[in-house]
Write a protein that binds this ligand. Sequence first.
Ligand SMILES: [Zn+2]
Length: 468
Amino acid sequence: MQHLTIIRAILCLALFAAASLQAAAPVYVALWFDTEDYIEPAADDAALRIARDLTGLGVRATFKVVGEKARVLEQRGRWDVVRALALHDIGYHSNFHSGQPTPALYLRDLGYVEGAAEFERREGPGTLDLARIFGVRPTCYGQPGNSWAPQSNTALRHMGIPVYLDEGSHVGLNDQPFWYGGLLYISNMGRFQLRAPLDGDEPPAKSNERFERAAAELRARGGGLISIYYHPTEFVTTEFWDAVNFAKGASPERTAWRRPRRRTEAESERCYGILHDYVAHAKEVPGVRFVTARELLGLYGSPSPAPAERARVAAHMSARQTFLVAEEEALSAADMLMSLLGMQPEVVDGPATRRAGDLHGASIARAAFERAKTDAISFIRANKRLPAAIWIGANKLSLGDFAATLAGDDQGAAEIVVRRANLEFEEYFSSEPRKAFDWPIHPEGFSAPELLELGKLQGWTLKPARLR
Ligand SMILES: [Zn+2]
């Protein structure tokens, strides 16, 4: 009897602890606005109104501003808009957005390293304009439309932009944030990418219910992120500013630009009301906290992992090259490869090209393999990038084969058995080069398998982001 009472008490305590843990699990909400329309002046007023409404609600959002939009605000003397937005977080949304050529178009034919330099040459100046006009460096970037390209990752790191905040189907990981190319990626959020539609007939109660369900699911699993986005221009127009000017690769001169059709005042008020009420409701859902891109970085920490247990890493990497989720953190295939090589954790890129091996033997002599390891370390240190292949004398092993072989090496045998690659991380990438880049602004039929291939090569750096 005495024992049963104690057991019951312990069970009650455990249940109570589990329940309070669940109630305490944070549900973060990233609310962001692609602030891009530099043609319709009413879109300036929309950005102002939204920024002020949110400030009134005590919510901070992230405004991803296009370089040309910032310059236009400056030219129009809209310092009221600039000041209102600067109370929130400022992100970057490319220099010209839909002005041709868009990023996927100009990066499709370029390699990884050359493409990163080209991205920075074209997009870099806009971040300086944002810094001058808003007084802050943008914290995040997101591509215009579906015009994604993996070369941007390296360039963004170099430009001091640590977060990738957007939506797209190119790469994704369990509908939650992930590390990729050394950046904190919020994209491909699936059922956790929500919004209350401005048009159509979804009643507000239905939008709120979807939000509550998503929040409850995240709470139940210990916390997570919901991503919500709009464009200020949507609140004042019924057609997109860029679709009426730059569709299918069109590139009209500035003097020929057309303004998009406007909503009526009453219609705009109705839309502002939808957003206001949706945010006001979300704010009151248990555990919910609105966060900016800058705050997300604090919540998810750094892409560099702590050193991991060698035996566990070796067992994992010899069978499959993909990220490993350990108790405290996650390791990417690149993290584990470097750890097996005895290197300190640091952010590196995946290989710039895919190179097949031509070493057909079943094993490699110890001395030759040790030389190959030294060479791989030297390449990674010099280039801050993984090599596409590793030389064994006059032959080479593909990076995947090398990683599997390295992981399978017991560090004692005179001959090391060659193991073959199993690049499991590739399954997190889109295999639909047309659909992934489907955007009215791209030339008709645009498809970019080259960018998805480069993206997959960078899958070495992919791993889930975990809340601290
Ligand atoms: Zn956009």
